[in-house]
Write a protein that binds this ligand. Structure first.
Ligand SMILES: Nc1ncnc2c1ncn2[C@@H]1O[C@H](COP(=O)(O)OP(=O)(O)OP(=O)(O)O)[C@@H](O)[C@H]1O
Ligand SMILES: [Mg+2]
Length: 305
């Protein structure tokens, strides 16, 4: 968990607009053969893998996120053992796996919160290898939402959301506030803009955290168990915001055990166990007949606890 809330804000930069970003022509087709993922619910006709598949010319389009043979050690503990994953623009990938399997560590490598010791990570063409020399460039592209919301307690919702644009992007305050109010409205909190985190429910705080990450206009959003610290009645309001974000075309990697959300929104489920990616499948197939014994056991635990 990052102690600095600003880290959770993803960092800022001149990314694509986060709202309703249209697919770029020619993107959205898998770079390698595989089963077609279902079209996005609520996103119109099924269009093949991920949203925004607009043509076969895109077969060669680079993925938005590319992880190749990613290895990570904490001291002697080898916690990521060669994970490879591609995420295309507009895709939603849900990461599942047992506690301690490396899900958080993996997702944190994608915005360089965790350095890797071997392998490659490329985000929107920006290479992030073991030396982390492109760390700021990558963070401009990637927003992150944590289980604990990490808002600044002494700042209002509006101030939390404007912080990144003002300090990192150097936007004039008025422009940052306009964007922040738009984003707070988008997550259903326009009436709470001037409240402090302690005056907001957990679900509302998490929605502020999502607005804060979006204020940096990231191209990719990472979510690490965004609803697992919430009371059940607040989970839906956060998942609804994430659904809307997915339907708008955002590329998302989401660690969650919310099976309903994963079934409905994910293009692919990725199952990680003991630092290895054991299985990748469309949700239909993953939940109906996971190929791997370990995934079957995991699912039986979360579906019938
Ligand atoms: N900062 C750290 N220092 C040392 N070991 C760590 C650190 N962070 C994680 N680990 C270890 O790395 C492994 C993977 O942890 P990680 O938090 O990525 O798992 P996870 O799949 O997210 O688990 P959970 O579902 O409980 O959140 C675990 O064995 C954990 O103890
Ligand atoms: Mg975790």
């Amino acid at each position: 968990m990052a102690s600095n809330p600003a880290a959770g804000a993803g960092s800022p930069g001149s990314g694509a607009p986060s709202q309703g970003a249209p697919a770029r022509p020619g993107e959205g087709v898998p770079a390698r053969p595989g089963p077609a993922a279902p079209g996005r619910p609520g996103g119109g006709e099924p269009v093949g893998p991920g949203r925004g598949a607009t043509g076969t010319a895109a077969a060669a389009a680079p993925p938005m996120v590319l992880c190749e043979d990613v290895h990570k050690w904490f001291g002697h503990a080898h916690v990521l053992k060669g994970i490879s994953l591609e995420v295309r623009q507009g895709e939603v990938v849900v990461i599942m796996g047992p506690s301690g399997s490396g899900k958080s560590t993996f997702i944190r490598t994608i915005n360089a919160l965790e350095p890797i010791q071997r392998g490659r990570i490329v985000v929107d063409g920006i290479e992030l290898g073991p030396d982390l020399h492109r760390i700021e460039a990558v963070r401009r592209e990637v927003g992150m939402v944590f289980q604990q919301f990490n808002l600044f307690p002494h700042l209002t919702a509006l101030q939390n959301v404007t912080l990144g644009p003002v300090w990192v992007r150097k936007w004039p305050r008025r422009r940052a506030e306009e964007l922040a109010l738009e984003l707070l409205a988008r997550v259903g909190l326009e009436e709470h803009a001037h409240k402090y985190p302690a005056q907001l429910s957990g679900g509302q705080q998490q929605r502020v955290a999502i607005a804060r990450a979006l204020a940096m206009q990231p191209k990719v959003m990472l979510f690490d168990e965004p609803t697992s610290a919430l009371d059940p009645e607040m989970i839906k309001e956060v998942l609804d915001v994430m659904r809307e974000l997915a339907a708008s075309g955002m590329t998302m990697l989401v660690v969650t055990h919310e099976v309903g959300f994963a079934r409905e929104v994910a293009d692919r489920i990725v199952f990680i166990d003991q630092g290895m990616l054991l299985e990748e499948a469309p949700p239909d197939r993953f939940f109906r007949e996971p190929a791997h014994e370990r995934a079957r056991r995991f699912l039986s635990q979360i579906l019938h606890p």
